[in-house]
Each structure stands twice: as structure tokens, then as C-alpha cells.
Ligand binder design. Structure first.
Ligand SMILES: Nc1ncnc2c1ncn2[C@@H]1O[C@H](COP(=O)(O)OP(=O)(O)OP(=O)(O)O)[C@@H](O)[C@H]1O
Ligand SMILES: [Mg+2]
Length: 262
């Protein structure tokens, strides 16, 4: 840890590109059209820990849904680990999602009839892990997010923040190479947010997992290594953490707040 309490910055110049997005556009609606994403181009390197910020309705969740292979773009392309997934079949997408991606949604989408433990075991069982092993790993993950005493409760018996932590544990279950979080710490108090951040940072360091986190919490964003700011479906500014502070793209200079406020 550095004096500021942040991890030292790792030079990723030579890391490989894990996600390459080119001119990504998403238009919703057939009557009134909404341009949710407007020609976004972006490269993310393996092991990056980055935050996406921007006002409500600016396109953050839409972008995550594209990266998470949950939705398809209107135009443009997405390359995941060198494979063009823009027009992958539903089957290929489902396979890649289960193997390579862990997703924590803005609204957590846990299965209501299953316990916390079973919800976390589910992606491992789908991937073919045996039940005893999946259960052991789910125990460990739920303890890591501070829920060792809530294993057998269903989502309706847990608080919003506890469900969110179950969703984090579930996203980490198959050790995906990319973890995507939409307001991952949105419902959490600062102590629990810190616990989750530390857990993600450890994984980022230890197994080089890539994290892409949409957040309204600037304290969280400022702990990452790279902040992308989206406004009206466009990438308007990008900041990168350096050893001695943040460097920013030229476009940020034209924003009154230097790009950091959202
Ligand atoms: N399925 C949809 N059909 C029509 N419009 C949509 C759909 N999903 C999103 N939109 C619109 O696209 C734009 C971007 O939405 P998005 O959910 O990506 O915003 P966001 O940045 O995640 O906002 P928030 O911070 O409030 O979660 C908004 O104008 C929204 O109304
Ligand atoms: Mg959203």
C-alpha cells in the first residue's frame, strides 16, 4: 500500500487487451428513438480495475450490458479476449458469460426460492463443478463478503445490502476473468463497502481479474486506477491514476469540474 492507502499503480502497457470496443452504438425504441450509446470506442487491458461514472440515464448500464453479453449493439463491435463476440450466437454468449464474466446487477436478480448458499453455488453447478466443492467455495465466498451467518436465508429474508453482497459472491463464483458491477456498493455502508473493495482489490492483485465498476460513489471511483465518464451515451473524459495523482484526457479540461464530478 502507498501512503495514500491506495495500491501502487501497476504499469499495464504490456498487458493484453481483454476487451476492445469500437464505435459501439445502441439505439432503443422504434417510435421515439433513444441513443443510449453513441459511438463509444474503448480498450480495457487484462487486470485493469476501472470505474465508469456519469449522470443517471447516460448509458452506463447499457454499456455494461453490452460488455456482459446481455444485449447486442445496434452497430459497432465488441472483441472479448481476441474473439469478436458482436454477433455470437445466444449459446456462445451464454457459455462465455458463464465462463469468463461475473455480473453484479443494479437490481440484484437473485433467485428468490433459493438460499444465499444455493444462489452462489448455482453458476458453479452450471459450469459442471461437483456439489460438495461448489458448496465449500460458496461458503468461503459468503464468509468473505461478511455473510457467514446468513448462508441459509433466502433473498426475501435478507436486507438490500446483504442481497447485494450475495450477488457479489455469486459473480466471483467461477473466478471469471472479467467482473462487471453495476452499483456494486450502492446499498452498502462505508465499512461494508470497504470490505468489498478490499476483497475485489485482493482478487485483482492475486489472480489478475479485471474489474469494471459502474458507480455513483466517487470515493469508490477514486480508489480504482482508471475512471471513464459517460454523458449522453458518449465517453467524454478519461482519468488514469499515476504514482503522483491523476492524469486526464484532453477532453476533461473542457469540463468545468475537470471531469471528476458526475
Ligand atoms: N430497454 C430500453 N428501452 C428503451 N430505452 C432504454 C432501455 N434501456 C435504457 N434505455 C434508455 O437509455 C438511456 C441509458 O440508460 P442506462 O440504463 O444505460 O442509464 P444509466 O447511466 O445506467 O443510468 P442510472 O445511473 O440511472 O442507472 C436512458 O435514456 C434510458 O431511458
Ligand atoms: Mg444504470
Amino acid at each position: 500500500m502507498s501512503e495514500s492507502g491506495l495500491e501502487p499503480v501497476i504499469d499495464r502497457k504490456n498487458s493484453r487487451n481483454i476487451i476492445e470496443i469500437k464505435d459501439l452504438t445502441k439505439v432503443f425504441g422504434d417510435g421515439v428513438e433513444v441513443i443510449a450509446l453513441n459511438r463509444i470506442s474503448l480498450t480495457i487491458k487484462e487486470g485493469e480495475f476501472l470505474a465508469i461514472v456519469g449522470p443517471s440515464g447516460s448509458g452506463k448500464s447499457t454499456l455494461l450490458n453490452m460488455i456482459g453479453l446481455l444485449d447486442t449493439p445496434t452497430s459497432g463491435s465488441i472483441i472479448l479476449k481476441g474473439v469478436d463476440v458482436t454477433s455470437a450466437s445466444p449459446n456462445q454468449r451464454a457459455n462465455l458469460r458463464n465462463r469468463e464474466l461475473g455480473f453484479v446487477f443494479q437490481y440484484h436478480h437473485l433467485l428468490p426460492e433459493f438460499s444465499a448458499l444455493e444462489n452462489v453455488m448455482m453458476p458453479m453447478l452450471i459450469a459442471g463443478m461437483d456439489k460438495a466443492q461448489a458448496s465449500e467455495r460458496a461458503h468461503k465466498l459468503l464468509s468473505d463478503v461478511g455473510l457467514a451467518d446468513r448462508l441459509h436465508n433466502r433473498p426475501s429474508q435478507l436486507s438490500g445490502g446483504q442481497n447485494q453482497r450475495v450477488a457479489v459472491a455469486r459473480a466471483l463464483a467461477n473466478s471469471p476473468s472479467i467482473v462487471i458491477g453495476d452499483e456494486l456498493t450502492g446499498n452498502l455502508d462505508s465499512k461494508t463497502s470497504r470490505l468489498i473493495y478490499d476483497l475485489l482489490r485482493d482478487l485483482n492483485k492475486q489472480i489478475n481479474q479485471t474489474f469494471i465498476l459502474v458507480t455513483h460513489d466517487m470515493d469508490m471511483a477514486e480508489k480504482t486506477d482508471r475512471i471513464l465518464r459517460i454523458v449522453d451515451g458518449q465517453l467524454v473524459c478519461e482519468l488514469r491514476r499515476q504514482q503522483d495523482g491523476w492524469s486526464q484526457s484532453d477532453a476533461c479540461n473542457h469540463l468545468e469540474d475537470g471531469g471528476l464530478k458526475h
